[in-house]
Design a protein around this ligand. Sequence first.
Ligand code: ZN
Length: 501
Amino acid sequence: MSDADIRALRAKLKHLDLLQSINGLLGWDEQVNLPPASGPRRAEQLAAMAAVIHEAQVDPELGRVLEQLENADVPLSEDERVILQWARRDYDHARRLPEAFVRRKAALESEGFHVWREARSANDFGRFAPVLEQQIALLKEEAALQGMGDRPYDYLLDQFDPGLTEADVETLFAVLKADLVPFVRAVVDSPVKAHPEKLRGLPVEGQNRFLREVVEAIGFDFARGRIDVAVHPFCSGDAADTRLTTRFSEEEPLSSLFGAIHEAGHGLYEQGLPVEHLGTALGEAVGMAVHESQSRIWENQVGRGRAFWQHFEPRFREIFGERLDAVSSEELFLAVNAVALTPIRVEADEVTYNLHIILRFEMERRLFGGDVKIDELPGLWNALTRELLGFEPASDAEGILQDVHWSCGLFGYFPSYCIGNMVAAQLWKAIRSQMPDIEADFARGDFSRMLGWLREHVHRQGRRYRTKELVQKVTGEALSPVHLIDYLKERYAPLYLPEAR
Ligand code: ZN
């Protein structure tokens, strides 16, 4: 009986999803509320939940339901096929990893994080190198357990963006790099300079009020979501309960604002996933790149645009009063769109950011391709920084040791950030060709048509399509780096290279 089986499958998946959401809340609470001495208790709680979740993931009863549905003679609906296919993938994926391996991986993640933190503060790559080597060996072992031992880097990319391969990324990044390196050079050499430091000292209370108004205006639903303060901004939760965090600095008031718009973009995606399908693939994001496209399109294409500031600048000035008297509208807009070289990825603007990602992809593919030794890595990092950004970092702490990702075994994740920028730019092009007057909406403070379009074409689709399929389907053409290059030139050339126009 197929109907009863599909109900049984949905019930199993829902149970698993509820467990995972409880785990997510514990993680959110750890970042936002946890008293300083309560860490060990929380670690035990998280380990207990991890064991319960693993048990539900590999539950033989779930395997039996999957098999019955796969062998049923009653045809499944399109939705049911999507749900079944992804549930099978996730089930097999979990079953192929022995429990001892999963425990070893979790232990190395936590050890790696602590070793990395010490190595970075001591600027000592040698201390981090053995952990890095172990992480790579462990992930190669995992790829082999999953039957992809001959293509470990493809395996890792597929974890974050189903269907994406090293060859895809290589092709996309080669085109982007060829255009972006000289463009960045021209922009940073321009006599036009942004002065974001003119905004220093804007009180946190006003920043908080302003960013909440912006996040509400673009459509974030505070009835089933909230914003809190945490050391690292993130978005967690799901369509039923979406948690955003931000952090405030009087030194850099725009960074809290754009951080919050970014996380709200992730939050809008989560809130737009069909809540009735929560726990199944139809209630789940496509992958990291599409998720990132949703944060970036609000942060950059919308939030850094003229129309957005046409609407919000008067309110911004109203809140901060005479502190902004010495800042002209053009200076404010230029500060919003400041471009500057920095060795640090997380401090980079939207133009140069992509080069930081290309660098990490070049490192990762060589690490997993086996054509570089661990002790050659800092030199390789510095050489790539010189090639892409035109200078070398002053230390390994500002170079190869700057990111937390590799310490926790996150490889194949960085490319999603840049691919997300590409997807955002390609969606933005489609939006503007279908609604040429969309920015007139923004100038009036109306973001509902924009959100409605994303809801219909991206959010409500869940995991129906893989990354490349979704882009093709929604924009009518294959995923391409060209739209990102065009968007960056259209936004930044008039500001920094007026003579070139
Ligand atoms: Zn993000």
